[in-house]
Write a protein that binds this ligand. Sequence first.
Ligand code: SAM
Length: 330
Amino acid sequence: MKVPKDQGEPNRRVLIVMELLDSSKKIASNGVDLFLPLVREPTDVEMGNLRNLGDVEFLEYQFEEHEKAPTLEDLLGFMPHYEVIGDIALIEADDIDAFRIGEELLKFHPHVNTVLGATSPVVGEFRVREFMLIAGLDKTETIHKEYGCRYAVDLAKAYFTPRLSTERERILSWIKPDDVIVDMFAGVGPYSILIAKKANPKKVIAIDKNPAAVEFLRRNIDLNSVENVEVIEGDANVEAQRFAGIADHVIMNLPHNAYDFLDSAVKLTRPGGIIHYYGMTHEDDLFDGSIGLIGMAAKRTGRMIEVLEKRTIRSYAPHQYNICIEIRVI
Ligand code: SAM
């Protein structure tokens, strides 16, 4: 649609409202008139309405396309697997294209300063990985932002994954004001701090055995200006003994061996309180085996359980799933 230059803007807006403007093409000009690209030929009625707006003409015109920024896939020829934590991107170090991926990630994500390659899976009691530098600044420490919270973490010293962000929000939705929460495996604090910041709990008791994770947990409490988080460095089974019957919610985010801590979790839970139990289970027995273990732990202390929710969080390995079960302990 050709319009005099000084009538361009009102006509452009009308075309947007009428869903006629083709935003994939560039608006052109001959110095006097503007040429507005349309997605289709307007009907006679539409042309009549548009002509009423001013000095408008309809004609064939060869428009230029808007240049689209190339995607990472365009740059590399394939889509790499990676995740971004703060200003660090993580890839697998054994990828044959690791260094090319690293260079392109730095260019593609302007806020990424470091690309690390994981040289080990998540291992050991403290659930950490080993890394090598692939590109950018040589560092493993960063600050990750999530749901209005900030988490400082050294990825070589403490566990953290942004992949559980939606899951943390889900747990948050269970918490009521004035609840007492025990986060048995708190890490650098993504559950404890989110809850302390957003749910107005009476208290969050955050336990972790990894001294480095606890150091970052304390830093993150300051970074997020949260109160009501009591930090405990120690073994969850030992520390739980001090807080028997206190918890409205017990969070057990140690999926590979949370079952070793079930007696303590039951002990921590007040009558009617809820355990959020994480596990890694086979697709042939996603929930029943775990529910059986929780039931036996409850029975040992003369308690009963009621299953409230069963959920698959994510696929972990072929046929293996990260699951969460919400159980009320009566
Ligand atoms: N909840 C945190 C998160 O979402 O980032 C951390 C989860 S990570 C899978 C499990 C954490 O449990 C690690 O930080 C590890 O140091 C801690 N841990 C392992 N064994 C423990 C124990 N016996 N007592 C307390 N914490 C332990």
